[in-house]
Design a protein around this ligand. Structure first.
Ligand code: HEC
Length: 155
């Protein structure tokens, strides 16, 4: 009796242990798989976040500045309020006067300032003197001129 019991126990014991370890192994594998999936998605999120942060900041910097120079913004307002934009475009299309787009690539700020206060001092290629009003040197303040030059230089 005792011997039989011991034998039964000694047979059952390893069975239980085996299934215990088996379950442990399955759980461990499942846990590992979940952890791996989590890790991959976290890494993926970090990478895409990184793309967003670095990608968008440099894209934005190239397309449209996030912070607009206040002087440039004032210049844009002045160009509208002084009627400059009736003759000058900012999109590359020449009108009564040459477009301002890309002007700063070929001339410096001093040229732009002179062109505003003394338009007949230098005549842009293909245009004639006496069309652009030569009164801006009298009606615009130094600050206005600084702002207009900054704005035109930014285009
Ligand atoms: C009635 C039309 C007219 C108005 C208004 C006008 N311009 Fe002009 N502008 C011209 C013409 C035409 C030229 C080209 C002849 C010349 O260089 O003077 C010119 C030339 C220029 C140039 C030099 C461009 C180049 O490619 O060399 C600048 C800079 C300029 N204008 C700025 C201004 C600003 C700033 C205002 C407003 C404060 C203004 N203009 C108002 C007609 C105008």
């Amino acid at each position: 009796m005792t011997t039989e019991n011991q034998m039964t126990e000694s047979v059952e014991q390893p069975e239980e242990e085996k299934s215990f370890f088996f379950r442990g192994a399955v759980l461990g594998l499942a846990g590992g798989a979940v952890a791996a999936v989590l890790l991959i998605s976290v890494v993926g999120t970090v990478i895409s976040l990184g793309d967003d942060v670095f990608g968008s900041s440099s894209d934005t910097a190239m397309d449209e500045p996030v912070v607009v120079d206040p002087l440039v913004a004032t210049g844009e307002t002045l160009a509208a309020s002084n009627g400059c934009v009736a003759c000058h475009s900012t999109d590359g299309v020449d009108g009564v006067g040459p477009t301002w787009q890309g002007l700063s690539a070929s001339v410096d700020a001093e040229y732009i300032r002179t062109a505003i206060v003394d338009p007949n001092a230098v005549i842009a290629d293909g245009y004639t003197a006496g069309v652009m009003p030569d009164t801006y040197g009298d009606t615009l303040s130094e600050e206005d001129l600084d702002a207009l030059v900054a704005y035109i230089s930014s285009l």
